[in-house]
Design a protein. Structure first.
Length: 171
């Protein structure tokens, strides 16, 4: 469907140029309107395609996940239940995917053990939680890798985030 974008931009540019050369405002208006309609149709097609993929449960692409992580809020994390790694001034992205909140597993470095593709989180005064690592995000994943980062579901650890401006408290 990239053809819609290419043709739309061509109609917009060539038609506007031709209209200016001919001093015909009708050609300029029609080419601008036609070009913008084609570019808009291309954009609508892309949005509908993404919606279609999400409804089918197809995993996000790396590019889509990069955008989501990049635009996710970054917070200082605090907790009375465990010590935050490396300290309480480090900003961590809190990522919302399919209605689930994820945070970097690095936060729990002192409480996690890894054995092949299994991670075991042992937070103080709580039952240990085992999770299988997925090398990419799929809907419902408890633990997944993205680039050089590992993200873990906050709720699967039995934690609840409480928001305070640029800070969150995990309870």
């Amino acid at each position: 469907m990239i053809i819609l974008l290419v043709v739309g931009l061509f109609v917009l540019a060539a038609g506007t140029f031709a209209g200016i050369l001919e001093s015909d405002i009708l050609i300029v208006v029609c080419s601008v309107a036609g070009g913008l309609i084609l570019v808009s149709l291309w954009k609508i097609w892309n949005v509908l395609q993404k919606i279609h993929y999400r409804l089918l449960g197809i995993a996000l692409t790396d590019s889509q996940l990069n955008t989501i992580v990049k635009h996710s809020g970054k917070y200082v994390v605090e907790s009375d239940l465990f010590d935050v790694y490396p300290d309480s001034n480090t900003l961590y992205p809190l990522v919302m995917l399919d209605g689930e909140l994820y945070i970097r597993a690095r936060l729990f470095r002192d409480y996690v053990e890894q054995e092949e593709h299994r991670y075991r989180f042992s937070l103080p005064d709580r039952e240990p939680v085992q999770m299988k690592f997925s090398d990419r995000y799929v809907p419902g994943a408890a633990l997944f890798g993205h680039g050089d980062q590992v993200f873990v579901s906050v709720s699967r650890l039995g934690l609840t985030p409480v928001f305070y401006k640029d800070r969150i408290r995990l309870e």
